[in-house]
Each structure stands twice: as C-alpha cells, then as structure tokens.
Ligand binder design. Structure first.
Ligand SMILES: O=P(O)(O)OC[C@H]1O[C@](O)(CO)[C@@H](O)[C@@H]1O
Ligand SMILES: [Mn+2]
Length: 438
C-alpha cells in the first residue's frame, strides 16, 4: 500500500520475525517430518506399498523445503496445480517486482515475514498434494486433537457455566446481560493464548479455570473496546429482526470451543440471530481450524461423558442444522495477501463479509493481515492501519504474538517496552480493537 510503512521482515536481525524464520519454522518442519515418520505404518496399512512410498516422497519434499529455508534460498513458484496456485505464483511475481536491489529474487530472510511464513505452510500443503494417496493427510491433526483433550477441565467449566446461565438468561436485566457478554468475549480472547505455532508445535492447552481468572487478566487488556461492541449489538437488536455476527476463526481445540461458547451465548441472549464462521481450506499455522476440525470438535463435545458439555454439543449441532451457525471456508484466508487486498482478490468473500452487522477477527495472524504486518507506529489509529478494509464494523480479538500493535495511547507502547521487553510477542497481553461507526 502506497504511503504505508514497510512490512516486518527477517531482514531485521534479532527481530521476532527473524527469530521465527530462523528457529521456529524449521522446528515446525522437523515436527511435521517426524509426524510423517510416525505414521509410516498407518500409510502402509491404508494404501499398501504405495502409501509407504508416498510417505517417503512427502518427507523428502519437506526436508528439501527445510534446507531451502535454512540456507535462505530464493522462493520458488508452486508447481502442483491447486485452486490457488496461480494466485500464489502471481503474488510471488509481485514480490519480485518490489525487490529493487539484490538479485531480484524474494528470499526467506529478505522478503516480508507474512509472505514467507504463509508460503511455508502452503509448501507443506504442496508436499502432501504431491504425494498421493496420502494427499489429504493433515500433518497437524494430532496436535490439534491433543490440545482439545488437554483442555478438558477448562472446557467442562466453560460449558457448565454456559448451561447454568441458560436457565436464567431470560430474566437478566441489561447490566447483567452486558456483564455476561463481556465475560464470554474475554473467554474467547484468552482462548487465543493457546495457539501451537508460537510454541513451535509444543503443547499449549488451557489447564486452569479461565472464568475465575478473568478479573486477574483484565490489566493485560491493552485496548478494550468491549463497550463499543455492546453498544453496537444492543442497538442492532433493537432496530433489526435479524442480526448477523461473523467470526473469522483462528485456532481449533480450546480456542474454537471458546468461540462456539461465545456464539451460543450471542444466539441464546438474542444479541445475534445468526453466526457465520470462517475457517481455513488447508492445514494452516499448525493449529488453525479447518472444516474437519470444526466438525470433529462438535462431535467430540456432543459425545462427552459430562452432561453439560454433551448438551452444548447437541445444541451446536442443532444450530448448524438450522443454519443459525454457518461455517464457510474460502481460499483467500490461506493466501499471503493483507486484507486490504480482499475486495480485489476475493470480491465474493468481501461481499459476504459486508452482510455482517459485526465481524470478529480472532487471533494474531488475522491482526497481522488486517494491518498488513507493517511497522506502524504504536499510536497510528486502527482505522488508518486497516488501509481501506472496511467491509462492516469489525473487531480484532487477539493476544499479542508479533511485533505489531496500533491504536495505543501516546507513551503506552514505550512504557510497556521499558518494563517488559517481550510484551508484543509473549501472548500475555490482549486487545479488543474495534473499527466502525456505531
Ligand atoms: O494463532 P495466532 O493467534 O494467529 O498466532 C499465530 C502466530 O504464530 C506466529 O506466526 C509465530 O510463528 C505469530 O507471530 C503468529 O501470528
Ligand atoms: Mn492460529
């Protein structure tokens, strides 16, 4: 975008982007290769010798990828035909056209971090699609499922809390309802701590009771526009018969459970009449939600031994059947583009988002794409950093895991930096950052 600052990049030695490319991504690739090794027998049992060979092929392609990354080789075009291959390769050419110096080739440590990080996950997918018959194997599935199982205690307490609230929800006055709304929003925010990309694929589940920790976590909310979300939704519900909230999902497992709980609350409290979710078409950033993860999680919740958890699962499945909860996927979410390009690159998706009364963007990667992953000053208004991406009123719900944050008070960023050097990347801080007319 003309007039915008430059993107974060691995060029800045010592930056979080640099360290991610240098350390975290090879670590993730090693884990993926390991996973394929561990599933060798399964591939054989399912597909015979052909399965074994496919496993070997995927491993060799991924080892090559890891080597390209670690030796800062040029980024090469995708070769395997898939729905988005041409768009990716055009984007690569566009990145190439931006390179004024060097040998004119985008490279891992020299190109925008957002681009190369997305590219790595897209290449993992390509390695699998090039290896039939194991081409639909999700290399991150195990990790996502493990995250869900390890968060059971927290899931039980969340579902129990929601189901107990359901009994009296009709009797709550405005203030009480608002208070509950704020609780479910915060649950969904802190649910975002549990992604598996930041931890390099190491387990990162929710083991403590989140509801009882909400008060203690409040000081860590750096931008808090929850009141604006309340004003918007309560006004819409007074004015319109149907109110639509769209949630651009991030991670599966515990975070997805918190998003479903929030969605259930919005429907039950009549703050919304329909919720639309957006997930990823291919496995992405380790823990991101695909349609398979979405269906799997609802099924697990439904078959829980705990009666309130199971009740949630039954309700969610019914809501899906009645289209009160609607799941969409779109290839745009796994492209490297910043969101200000959406109206051109994916006009159908942009038009879909325009139908929402409010869009909630979950997680750090969505924030990076909303703001173009650029070196904005901390005090630049969020509206400006969105660079003309305004499909509908929107709110980022994100814990900070990348060196980017806009819309802070003067001095706020500097103060945090002085007292806590890792404030931007540790996931300890969170935001509710709203943009739009009320
Ligand atoms: O799941 P989230 O919240 O989008 O976080 C994923 C995060 O992983 C990282 O890419 C680290 O690799 C973050 O910087 C990134 O944005
Ligand atoms: Mn994620």
């Amino acid at each position: 975008m003309a007039g915008s600052p430059v993107p974060l990049s691995g060029q800045d030695v010592g930056s979080f982007a640099y360290l991610t490319i240098k350390d975290r991504t090879p670590q993730i690739l090693t884990k993926v290769i390991d996973t394929l090794h561990r599933h060798k027998n399964e591939f054989f049992e399912k597909h015979g010798e052909e399965g074994t060979e496919a496993g070997k092929k995927a491993i060799s392609l991924l080892s090559k990828l890891r080597n390209e990354l670690q030796t800062d080789k040029p980024i090469v075009p995708l070769v395997e035909k898939f729905v988005d291959t041409d768009i990716w390769n055009q984007y690569l050419e566009y990145q190439q056209s931006l390179m004024k110096e060097s040998d004119g080739k985008p490279r891992w440590f020299h190109s925008p971090w957002l681009f190369v990080e997305c590219y790595m996950y897209r290449r993992i997918h390509e390695a699998l699609t090039q290896s039939p018959p194991i081409d639909d194997f999700d290399v991150f599935k195990e990790l996502k499922e493990q995250n869900f199982f390890e968060s059971q205690e927290s899931i039980i307490s969340l579902c129990t809390y929601l189901q107990e609230l359901m009994r009296t929800i009709e009797e709550l006055d405005e203030d009480q309802l608002k208070n509950e709304f704020f609780k479910f929003l915060q649950i969904s925010l802190w649910g975002n701590k549990c992604d598996l990309s930041l931890s390099g694929g190491e387990t990162s589940s929710q083991k403590n009771d989140l509801i009882s920790s909400l008060e203690d976590l409040k000081p860590f909310i750096l931008v808090n526009d929850m009141e604006r979300l309340w004003s918007l939704l309560s006004k819409k519900t007074r004015e319109k018969a149907s109110v639509r909230v769209d949630i651009v999902l991030d991670n599966s497992g515990f975070e997805l459970t918190t998003d479903l709980v929030l969605a259930d609350f919005l429907l039950s409290s009549k703050l919304a009449t329909e919720i639309h979710f957006y997930g990823k078409r291919i496995p992405w950033f380790v823990s991101d939600t695909t349609i398979h993860d979405f269906n799997w999680l609802i099924e697990q919740v439904k078959h829980s031994n705990h009666k309130w958890v199971a009740k949630c699962g039954v309700d969610w499945e019914n809501c899906v059947k009645m289209s009160r909860l609607v799941y969409h996927d779109h290839i745009f979410w796994t492209l490297p583009h910043e969101y200000c390009a959406m109206s051109q690159v994916a006009p159908d998706l942009y038009a879909e988002l325009q139908k929402a009364d409010l869009i909630l963007f979950k997680g750090d990667l969505n924030y990076r794409k909303l703001t173009g992953d650029r070196k904005w000053a901390f005090t630049i208004p969020f509206h400006q950093a969105l660079s003309d991406f305004h499909p509908a009123p929107l709110c980022s719900i994100r814990t900070l895991k990348a060196e980017i944050q806009v819309g802070l008070q003067p001095g706020q960023g500097e103060e945090l930096a002085a007292s806590e050097p890792s404030w931007l990347t540790s996931g300890k801080y969170g935001i509710f950052q709203f943009d739009g007319p009320l």
